[in-house]
Design a protein around this ligand. Structure first.
Ligand code: OAD
Length: 256
């Protein structure tokens, strides 16, 4: 099917839709200059995920882990939401029920204006005491002053409040997504954007909505494990495709 035709069909579905689910990954922030993890310029090409993004790696060498997170914070601090983030935020204006489940820890969906964001892998801006589990906000701790930073209450190490390999997703995030997926009405359109979709929970959420009547729209430069199940697939940058849906959605509403 030609791209234009695919866009028309998705827009057709959007016109009667009430509930929209976005599952997003690093590819959504790529056009803001934030590196992805896999792929040609991804972090995992040159860095070892076990050393930088696991509890074992942190226990072995917290300084190196923090240097990497501080470096990523610097990149993200300079990044601005791109047309993909802005389009996703705009969906909240036109649909009453929108949830963004993001693997991104950069906060750019919120900067773009999205209110209903579940950060399933945490936030790079928060820190957490490894002893007491207390979290600190963005401006509470200067993570570059002392590396690794320490808890102001008990002097234990602070870690980034993100999910590392081998760790559970936050229970509160899972509960929020479950409640969105199982409450009425059912999801009409699930957009899976800029994620390699390698984690089972990503595949599971998308396919669950499809079994319950949603269409899956995948937007990714490359194929993923979900591609063969998706109803519509766009192998293009998210910042080019997502605004197209809204543009066509608007012009159709004006004409009708
Ligand atoms: P990945 O780096 O695994 O995948 C990024 C995906 O985005 C790839 O499939 C790319 O093809 C696609 N992509 C890149 N640029 C794009 C663009 N402009 N438009 C659309 N798609 C684009 O990132 P995630 O799937 O988010 O976890 O990775 C999931 C998790 O694995 C991350 O949260 C991180 C990582 O290891 C941890 O650090 C624990």
């Amino acid at each position: 099917m030609e791209e234009k035709e695919q866009i028309n069909r998705v827009v057709e579905r959007l016109k009667s839709a009430r509930k929209i689910f976005f599952i997003t990954g690093a590819g959504v922030s790529a056009e803001s200059g934030v590196p992805t993890f896999r792929g040609k310029d991804g972090w995992w090409r040159n860095y070892n995920p076990v050393e930088l993004a696991s509890p074992e790696g942190f226990a072995r060498d917290p300084k190196t882990v923090w240097e990497w997170y501080n470096y990523r914070r610097q990149i993200i601090r300079q990044a601005k939401p791109n047309p993909a983030h802005i389009a996703i935020a705009e969906f909240e204006k036109y649909f009453s029920d929108v949830l963004v489940a993001t693997q991104n820890v950069d906060g750019l969906h919120q900067s773009a204006g999205n209110k209903n964001v579940v950060e399933i892998h945490g936030s790079i801006w928060r820190t957490r005491c490894i002893k007491e589990g207390i979290c600190f906000g963005k401006d509470d701790i200067d993570t570059e002053k002392e590396v690794p930073p320490r808890c102001p209450r008990c002097n234990s190490l602070l870690r980034p409040d993100v999910v590392w390999f081998g760790e559970m997703l936050p229970q509160s995030a899972l509960a929020e997504i479950d409640s969105f997926l199982t409450s009425s009405p059912t999801v009409d359109v699930t957009f899976v954007v800029g994620t390699s979709a390698l984690f089972a929970y990503i595949q599971h959420w998308a396919l669950w909505t499809q079994r319950n009547g949603a269409i899956i729209v995948e937007i990714n430069l490359d194929p993923t494990p979900l591609t063969e199940y998706a109803d519509f697939v766009f192998h293009k940058p998210a910042g080019e495709v997502l605004p197209e849906f809204l543009k066509n959605f608007h012009s159709d509403s004006k004409n009708s």
